[in-house]
Design a protein around this ligand. Structure first.
Ligand code: ACO
Length: 425
């Protein structure tokens, strides 16, 4: 007999089925709970709620495991490229050579951005944050390019168009914000080399593509490529569940990622490290983060899912060292980060609260070494997370159990009361 749990309520027994995932994790299926019992569940922040079944990414927060389509992220970071990992996430399998070549050709074919979009960029106030611009521009893509159809080929083209154009748009926003000439994509360059060239090439100083920097960017993007039902991915799924076009759903994901508790943490971490390096007040920062009356949090520490270590942070930390060595750079922020990590990991508050460095803790140092300006850090995260958002959106669209996302609530407002005319208030 299928496993179930028994709920006893108002003197009656209700059997709730247990669902077991492919890695053995168990969930109580409550989809008929309200129909059968009149009850709903209450779970602020959804920390105990599975919103879907998904075959894309497996995370075990207690053991520090992260796998895309079954493949450990460590192996992908070591041996794959971002382009290949994107294909894996979206299509479910690593591509054979012929498919990978076709994917590359499609990415090249769709890398240009409609010239009229440049006018949009030029009209944003110079002080705009690139994440706000990116979210708006991705939404605007829907007006420049035809509606996504149900046909498989159309889906492939829309998906490839997004992967390719978001990279071009990100580099474009950087160039325009500096008042520099936009650099166009080149079909002879790989995905990451192309991005770096669009970011840094200039008519007065040609950009020299360094394979170590290209490798570092590939690893950065691979580590960010998916992370199951995190805040921005949940936003993509929720918005997508209203059957809006893919561009609008991804635009919502970008907006969610911008927040400092999520992807925006990579910018916040580097600002914190910079402040510590300038003021030397490392111990005060830690004391502030531990003070329960103070809402301040140590950015780059803690994770909703990882409670022992974040496997991405380990790879990122190693890469920060390797990259700085190879480029013969020294960054005082790396020393501050190391010291902060060392102190925090021995501190009772951080130990008791299971707070470890997350992926964002060392990623800013890597991005800084590559030359990415601080306000573009979260944009880089967005480029990395794009294949994950697309894969999750695609999976939800094809899900036979698909439903419009519409949670319930426990109402805690006033009882019914009459409207009071303004002269009587
Ligand atoms: N610094 C200090 N205290 C913290 C931190 C932190 N970075 N993170 C959590 N805590 C404390 C909380 O104050 C709370 O303490 P209490 O139980 O004594 O009240 C406890 O740890 C649990 O915190 P929650 O917010 O309930 O934990 P949750 O799992 O919801 O938080 C989150 C996860 C939002 C990432 C949190 O750890 C945080 O704010 N970290 C800093 C921001 C950050 O680095 N975000 C990037 C996450 S990775 C990513 O999105 C790619």
């Amino acid at each position: 007999m299928a496993e179930h749990i028994t709920l006893i309520y108002a003197g009656k027994e209700f059997r709730l089925p247990l669902v077991t995932g492919s890695e053995g994790e168990k969930a109580i299926d409550i989809s008929l709970l309200r129909r059968d019992t009149g009850l709903i569940t209450l779970d602020p922040g959804y920390a105990n709620t599975g919103s879907c079944k998904s075959a894309i990414t497996f995370v075990d927060g207690e053991k520090g495991i992260l796998r895309y389509r079954g493949i450990p992220v460590e192996q992908l970071a070591e041996r794959s490229t971002f382009k290949e990992t994107a294909y894996l996430l979206i299509n479910g399998e690593l591509p054979p050579q012929k498919e990978l070549t076709r994917f590359s050709v499609l990415l090249n074919d769709h890398s240009l951005v409609h010239e009229d979009m440049k006018t949009f960029y030029q009209n944003f106030p110079r002080s705009s944050h690139p994440m706000g611009i990116l979210s708006a521009m991705v939404n605007a893509l829907r007006s420049f390019y035809p509606e996504l159809q149900d046909l498989d080929e159309e889906t492939t083209i829309t998906v490839t168009r997004l992967l390719s154009k978001v990279r071009t748009m990100a580099a474009m926003s950087h160039k325009i914000s500096r008042g520099h000439t936009v650099v166009y994509p080149r079909s002879d360059l790989t995905y990451c080399a192309n991005f770096l060239n669009m970011m840094f090439d200039s008519p007065v100083k040609p950009y020299e593509i360094d394979p170590d920097v290209v490798k570092a960017l590939n690893v950065f993007l691979i580590l960010h490529a998916d992370h199951e039902q995190n805040c921005s991915t949940a936003a993509v799924r929720v918005v997508g569940s209203a059957r809006v076009n893919l561009y609008a759903a991804i635009s919502a994901g970008i907006a969610a990622l911008w927040g400092p508790l999520h992807g925006g943490a990579n910018q916040a971490v580097i600002e914190t490290l910079g402040e510590i390096a300038r003021s030397g007040n490392l111990h005060q920062m830690i004391a502030r983060a531990k003070d329960r009356r103070n809402p301040y949090r140590l950015m780059g520490f803690g994770h909703r899912v990882y409670k022992t270590f974040d496997p991405r942070a380990r790879i990122m930390k190693r890469m920060a060292h390797v990259l700085l060595d190879k480029l013969n750079l020294s960054d005082p922020l790396l020393d501050v980060a190391r010291e902060l990590e060392e102190i925090a990991l021995k501190d009772d508050f951080f130990i008791e609260h299971h707070l470890y460095p997350n992926v964002d803790f060392y990623s800013g140092i890597v991005l800084k070494a590559i030359g990415i300006p601080i306000n573009m850090f979260t944009v880089l995260f967005a480029i990395g997370r794009l294949p994950g958002w697309i894969a999750q959106w695609k999976e939800s669209m094809d899900d036979p159990e698909w439903k419009l996302c519409r949670p319930r609530q426990v109402y805690s407002g006033p009882h019914e009361r009459p409207y009071v005319p303004i002269e009587e208030r």
